[in-house]
Design a protein around this ligand. Structure first.
Ligand code: DX5
Ligand code: ZN
Length: 221
């Protein structure tokens, strides 16, 4: 079944604890946390203190999307502070294979290895993953150019998801879609091979986030 990952970038940070409780009660499977450094992307979002605050308030798996240069410098600290999944951008990693291996060597909260993810910008070709398919737990396919919530999904993501699925073969690797995902996209995204849907504004700007999550799940089938 498809997993729904609300992106807290669209939450109201003044009442973050309530926002987390609201999406947890609404049936979120994991929380997506966007870390931006103002260098890899033209925006700055959140870092360690916010991660600590979130970790204290939920038992949901934390899926960290690192939109930062030199992510390898910070991986052990993200793991120590409670990340369950660490996703780095292929465009930011000259030694991607080494970085992915080093993520899996880190221990997450319950002693399980941290899951390793690779994210692809919209213009990045799936073939950048050709030689790391055995080092991945997750591929994060950007359906907008990263940096901001509330953008429109770029339809070129659909054939790209199929291409990625076929290069991953039968490996148990999640394919997560991030950017502009609304209820109406859930079905086609899953039909093309998505297994996780990240949704920021669609969930947090809804009056009834539980209804949105439910609709996404049932549309996905
Ligand atoms: C964009 C972020 C996304 C964003 C999604 O750079 O990586 O996770 O928060 O928000 P929506 O769903 O509003 O596009
Ligand atoms: Zn993201």
């Amino acid at each position: 079944m498809v997993k729904i990952a609300p992106s807290i970038l669209s939450a109201d940070f003044g009442i973050l604890a309530e926002e987390i409780a609201r999406v947890e009660a609404a049936g979120a499977d994991q929380l997506h946390i966007d870390v931006m450094d103002g260098r890899f992307v033209p925006n700055i979002s959140m870092g360690f203190p916010i991660l600590d605050a979130i970790r204290k308030r939920t038992r949901l798996p934390l899926d960290l999307h690192l939109m930062i240069v030199e992510p390898e410098k910070y991986l052990p600290e993200f793991a120590a502070r409670g990340a369950d999944m660490l996703t780095v951008h292929v465009e930011a990693c000259p030694h991607l294979q080494r970085t992915l291996v080093s993520i899996r060597e880190l221990a997450a909260r319950r002693g399980a290895p941290v899951k390793a993810g690779a994210a692809l910008n919209p213009a990045t070709h799936p073939s950048t993953l050709d030689y790391v398919t055995d080092d991945l737990d997750l591929v994060l396919v950007m359906s907008v150019n990263p940096g901001f919530g509330g953008q429109k999904l770029i339809p070129a993501v659909y054939p790209k998801i199929r291409q990625i699925r076929s290069l991953l073969g039968t490996r148990p690797i999640d394919v997560s879609i991030d950017g502009g995902v609304k209820v109406e996209h859930a079905r086609p995204l899953v039909e093309h091979g998505a297994s996780i849907l990240v949704a920021g504004s669609a969930v947090f700007e809804a009056k009834d986030p539980a209804a949105v999550i439910k609709q996404m799940r049932s549309a996905a089938g």
